[in-house]
Design a protein around this ligand. Structure first.
Ligand code: URA
Length: 434
């Protein structure tokens, strides 16, 4: 088998067999297939998609590229949550401690920022000392003891996705239904969970811009879960503006801390509670979804979710005091305000441009080897529907270097639309699949 022949066939729209996909995935993971050939294959897949058979085969081959964990010695229904990627999306750091405080064991394997979107691992690593590179034995032990552990993808779990994820990030091949579905499901199905809650984002800050595509992505992932005998439920949620007000790793950790202390933004709190409720329900802690919603709210309100998060931060080497004393988190050295050019109502905020600007200032990567700057990002002062005056502050950019600052500021300035009439209220949770 020759890699170039498989690329040509994929480029021509032909279906590849499971053996051929295995050859590509294993060859790339072992280093026998170089980045340039895999990039060509990814781009051909981006344009031509995959059949259902290819998607199942590709996902299983990626899943089998590493160890498949068994967590059956840990009592309870193990449930994880994953998002397809958004801007300001820090719900994992809120819903996971809520669900764990309600008694659900949550083994969470998370990803890094991808394209213009942030990643849970990069956010956690903004907490001084926090380690996401635990061994699988440490992961298991912490899950047993605290009911929650966050780790990054190692070379042990779905290593093929780890390598492909980094390659897609820098080759313009992220926004593809089969590539996103196989990436998420291969690592999630390898981590030994019983159930999974997915947050499929749709809108200008998501990889899926149209609801019909988000639905297809959700159905693809729910279908993969079903074939592997796992309960998977997906919420399709609005990403036509950043979630919450903070974008950028340490800034988002601050907002997580506020939200876990009941002082978070309404949209972020609402979505995190709903995701936690779905985790609690799939985790069979309650017999109805309404009971699960009530329990999630109780665990947020009684402070036990925040206490759980602090325990987990300490257990993974992080300084839990940084969650109360933000001066202990990485802080930016400069700040620039973006002002409204006119009076009116905020009618749109192009979340992708805000994410892109934040990435350009150092919050994300544009090359695989780039190192993240945890301190930088954007804090919105307004959200869609709010009234603004000419010259009032729309948002603040926090930076540590001036290299891409002007370009980022231009991007952010153009991201706001101000109109004469108040826009209609928008739904946050649009659909449930599965
Ligand atoms: N999250 C992932 O893990 N993979 C993707 O491709 C997109 C979001």
């Amino acid at each position: 088998m020759r890699t170039v022949d498989l690329i040509l066939r994929k480029r021509g729209g032909e279906e590849l067999s499971v053996e051929e996909l295995q050859f590509l995935v294993n060859g790339y993971t072992s280093g026998d297939i170089p980045d340039y050939q895999m990039s060509a294959f990814l781009m051909a897949t981006y344009f031509n998609g995959m059949t259902d058979r290819e998607l199942s085969g590709f996902t299983e081959v990626m899943m089998q590229s590493g160890e498949i964990l068994t967590l059956s010695d840990i009592p309870g229904v193990k449930v994880d949550k994953h998002s397809t990627g958004g801007v300001g999306d820090k719900t994992s750091l809120i819903c996971a401690p809520i669900a764990a405080a309600a008694g659900v064991p949550v083994p969470m394997i998370s990803g890094r920022g991808l394209g213009h979107t942030g990643g849970t691992l990069d956010k956690l690593e903004a907490i001084p000392g926090f380690r996401t590179d635990l061994t699988l034995d440490q992961f298991r032990a912490q899950l047993k003891e605290l009911g929650l552990c966050f780790i990054g993808q190692s070379d042990e779990i779905a290593p093929a996705d780890k390598r492909l994820y980094a390659l897609r990030d820098v080759t313009g091949t992220v926004e593809s239904i089969p590539l996103i579905a196989s990436s998420i499901m291969s690592k999630k199905m390898a981590e030994g969970i019983d159930a999974l809650v997915l947050d499929v984002k749709v809108g200008n800050g998501a990889f899926m811009k149209k609801q019909v595509d988000a639905r297809r992505l959700a159905q693809a992932m729910v279908g993969i879960g079903r074939r592997l005998d796992k309960k998977v439920q997906a919420l399709i949620t609005d990403m036509n503006q950043p979630l919450g007000y903070a974008i950028g790793n340490a800034l988002e950790v601050m907002e997580v801390s506020q939200t876990l202390q009941k002082a978070g933004p309404a949209d972020l709190t609402r979505l995190s509670l709903e995701l936690a409720a779905r985790m609690i329900f799939l985790g069979k802690i309650t017999s109805t979804l309404d009971e699960a919603r009530k329990l999630a709210e109780d665990r947020l309100m009684d402070g036990s979710a925040y206490a759980k998060f602090k325990q987990v931060v300490a257990a993974q080497g992080g300084n839990p005091q940084a969650l109360d004393r933000f001066e202990l988190l990485p802080n930016a050295t400069g700040m620039r305000e973006i002002l409204s050019p006119r009076a009116g109502f905020v009618s749109a905020i192009m979340a992708e441009d805000i994410g892109r600007a934040s990435q350009m200032m150092g919050a994300g990567r544009s090359r695989k080897e780039d190192v993240i700057d945890p301190a930088v990002g954007v804090i919105l002062e307004v959200k869609i529907g709010e009234k603004v005056e000419a010259g009032s502050v729309l948002c603040r950019l926090y930076y540590t270097g001036e290299e891409n600052l002007d370009e980022s500021a231009d991007l952010v300035e153009d991201a706001f639309r101000i109109s004469g009439t108040r826009p209609d209220e928008r739904e946050l949770i649009l659909e449930v699949v599965g």
